[in-house]
Design a protein. Structure first.
Length: 234
């Protein structure tokens, strides 16, 4: 005789899952963040130039591109020297160093696509391709001496950061001439800046404080978030 299987009533009712607990899944949207560091006070006096770096994040990776006078320097006001690019893979490692100076860093974040983020990564990879890798002095970072030297006006932290930002945000500095006034520079430094350009003021924005004024005013790209890192001057 064929045996007939009976389905238990509990199985007919289905599986009940308690709904008291909610699980939150956070999706990381690709982002580019322009990090503008302000002045700070040190034992040798005020450092008014400021600093800039570019942070790029996706769900898979994070890079902070930090270009500066981290090697041999020379020229008027030490405005020239080896072009050193630090590539950080951890934001906390980068920003803790900036905070240690007592400066405030303001971050302007913009949503981008994964494709745009990959293009920014590729942009800096092409710059690094001809560089000499150096031993890094900091954890979570790599350090490269670029083929092109650092110059306080034509190739500095601000111009390097904007070069990557433009890849993801075309025209972000289209109206930069209105803000290119040399905030953070003294009168003698401004005279020297004109001297490097045959008496005329440099045509491209190059001071971090000027870039900050531009980002705070222009509306072509509105940041999704503006965040302040650090507690300001000591």
């Amino acid at each position: 005789m064929t045996k007939t299987e009976q389905t238990p009533e509990k199985l007919k009712e289905g599986i009940k899952i308690p709904a008291e607990k909610l699980t939150t899944i956070q999706l990381i949207s690709p982002t580019v963040e322009l990090l503008v560091g302000g002045p700070y006070k040190a034992l040798d006096g005020m450092h008014t130039y400021g600093h800039m770096a570019l942070r790029v994040m996706t769900s898979k990776e994070e890079r902070i591109y930090d270009f500066g006078r981290y090697g041999k320097t020379g020229g008027d006001f030490s405005a020239e020297g080896e072009g050193i690019l630090r590539v950080w893979t951890d934001f906390n490692s980068y920003i803790s160093g900036e905070n240690s100076y007592g400066r405030t860093t303001k971050g302007f974040s913009y949503n981008i696509t994964t494709e745009q983020a990959e293009k920014v990564f590729a942009h800096y990879s092409s710059i690094i391709a001809g560089a000499t890798k150096r031993r890094s002095k900091h954890p979570n970072s790599e350090e490269y001496k670029l083929a092109q030297d650092y110059h306080g006006i034509s190739n500095n932290c601000a111009t390097m950061s904007l070069s990557g930002a433009r890849v993801a945000l075309p025209g972000i500095d289209a109206n930069s001439s209105a803000y290119n006034v040399g905030n953070g520079m003294g009168n003698l430094e401004k005279v020297a800046a004109r001297g490097t350009n045959f008496g005329a003021w440099p045509s491209k924005i190059f001071m971090p404080a000027d870039v900050q004024a531009m980002l705070e005013t222009e509306k072509k790209y509105v940041p999704k978030k503006v965040e302040v890192y650090g507690k300001g001057l000591k």
